[in-house]
Design a protein around this ligand. Structure first.
Ligand code: KIV
Ligand code: ZN
Length: 511
């Protein structure tokens, strides 16, 4: 059995299915570049048939990444596979990932198909995908609740049809670690041609067991894990890439395989995904949470100072902590700025967008003397959304005094016309949002508002996240500024622009 564990990252596909986490084409390319630098083996860039935007995003990722295999999801339908094949044309190395549900409940209630029909459709899909690439992955959806004999039958048939990876999804996060590991072991033992494919685990986190189930699968012979940065994903999310990678790396005494991942990029990937999606990482999150390597209790600190390994099983540096050294300052030139951003995976498609970002950088450097990678990421996240916006933030004046009502005057550029509005309430943020609401008159419900600091110090950029609900759809917005009221206005406007741009897209679980 191979000692290489393949890391298949699905942040841009399954992660993006999380309500409110949708990403633009440019954001996907930026994240893909960091994943490539991290040496992720396979990047699932999207579900090409879902919408024109999804197709274009898969295509853009396929055209810009050279070292990782790029994958598109496709239901076991001709039209899905053709669309995936088309989107992946420019990839150096392309994979089509096709799937169909195999549990009794999904076959009867969702697909309304017999098991024989499901096997036939899966086999046809794999054969069709092989016309586009030799690298074809098949997933029996809801395998975690499927009959083992039926799984053996469909897996044998799809391997015979040309599938080179067999992915076992615990779609609803129902399995327990010993059970999921036993399933992987049984499938590898029982399927006669199992040696012709790599077995993979794809676990959801509904019971908080996605990482444990994935590791159990690896201990039982799986040689690919499907995961997302920060465990992003629908409901309780997917397997967290950083946790699986570090568990396998740290416990080499237990695992007979390892990944190729350059773990020093883990933290910057985590921060990028968090800032693009607005999904904040909880402080006590393993590996990438702010407290993951912080030792507060005196006794622990004493132990760590005397001998690090008394209380630490990993080095913070291994996953990118402490790497946020000062990178640029007020006197840095355009070239240094451009080069540093290229290292962070950001390239500008025109001179104008570079100039715009550089102007914002200079403005920021005037207010904040030390500029870190995280500041640059926040600044670029903002710059990249501006072009397509209907509503642009122009200015904000706030008058606040203890014991008095606060007044906010907001000026927006709405489809080319400048309009202003003043609102007075008890809080500055509330008055700002009220003024924006009066200018736009859009029917949205604010579900979440949160503020965090991008780096340390009172001159740090404040990052604001808002979550809106509009006609049943969840939309997140982010804004960063050294002034948190400005950041709040930008975040709210960012989300409102997304509401205006939202288009219908198919979900892979729809038939
Ligand atoms: O969870 C799941 O079943 C999936 C499949 C599409 C692989 O994401
Ligand atoms: Zn999934």
């Amino acid at each position: 059995m191979s000692n290489k564990l393949i890391i298949f990252d699905t942040t841009l596909r399954d992660g993006e299915q999380s309500p409110g986490a949708s990403m633009t084409k440019d954001e996907k390319v930026r994240i893909a570049k960091v994943l490539e630098k991290m040496r992720v083996d396979v990047i699932e860039a999207g579900f090409a048939i879902a919408s024109i935007g999804d197709f274009e995003a898969v295509k853009a990722v396929a055209n810009s990444i050279k070292d990782s295999t790029i994958c598109s999801l496709a239901r076991a339908l001709d039209k899905d596979i053709d669309r995936a094949g088309e989107a992946l044309k420019g990839a150096n190395s392309a994979r089509i990932h096709t799937f169909i549900a195999t549990s009794d409940i999904h076959m009867k209630m969702k697909l309304q198909m017999t098991p024989d029909q499901v096997v036939e459709q899966a086999v046809n899909a794999v054969k069709r995908a092989r016309k586009y690439t030799d690298d074809v992955e098949f997933s029996p959806e809801d395998a975690g609740r499927s009959d083992e004999d039926f799984l053996c039958r469909i897996i044998e048939a799809t391997i015979a049809a040309g599938a080179t990876t067999i992915n076992i999804p615990d779609t609803v996060g129902y399995n327990l670690p010993h059970q999921f590991g036993a399933t992987i072991n049984a499938l590898i033992e029982r399927v006669p041609n199992s040696d012709r494919a790599i077995f993979s685990a794809h676990c959801h986190n509904d019971l908080g067991l996605a990482v444990a189930n994935s590791l159990s699968a690896v201990l039982n012979g799986a040689r690919q894990v499907e995961c997302t940065i920060n465990g992003l994903g629908e409901r309780a999310g997917n397997t967290a890439l950083e946790e699986v990678v570090m568990a396998v790396r740290t416990r080499q005494d237990e695992f007979s395989c390892d990944t190729n991942i350059d773990t020093t990029h883990i933290l910057s990937a985590s921060r990028l995904v968090s800032s693009v999606t607005g999904f904040i990482v909880q402080p006590n999150k393993a590996i990438v949470g702010a407290n993951a390597f912080a030792h507060e209790a005196g006794i622990h600190q004493d132990g760590v100072l005397k001998h690090r390994e008394t209380y630490e099983i990993m080095r913070a540096e291994e996953v990118g902590w402490h790497a946020n050294q000062l990178v640029l300052g007020k006197h840095s030139g355009r070239n240094a700025f451009k080069e540093r951003l290229a290292e962070l995976g950001v390239e500008f498609d025109s001179k104008d967008s570079l100039n715009d970002a550089f102007r914002r950088f200079k403005e920021l450097a005037d207010k904040k003397h030390e500029i870190f990678d995280e500041d640059l990421q926040a600044l670029v996240s903002e710059t990249q959304v501006v072009d397509s916006e209907h509503i642009k933030f122009v200015s904000l004046t706030v008058i606040a005094a203890t014991g008095k009502k606060n007044t906010a005057t907001v000026t927006l550029n709405i489809d080319g016309k400048e309009k202003s509005m003043t609102s007075e309430t008890s809080g500055s943020v509330d008055a700002t949002f009220n003024a924006i609401n009066q200018l736009l008159n859009m029917q949205v419900n604010l579900q979440l508002y949160s503020v965090s600091n991008v780096t340390q110090g009172t001159d740090a950029l404040g990052e604001v996240n808002v979550r809106l609900e509009h006609e049943g759809r969840i939309i997140n917005g982010q804004g960063a500024d050294t002034d948190i009221i400005n950041a709040s206005a930008k975040a709210y406007i960012h989300a409102l622009n997304k509401v205006l741009a939202a288009t219908d897209r198919a979900h892979p679980h729809q038939v």
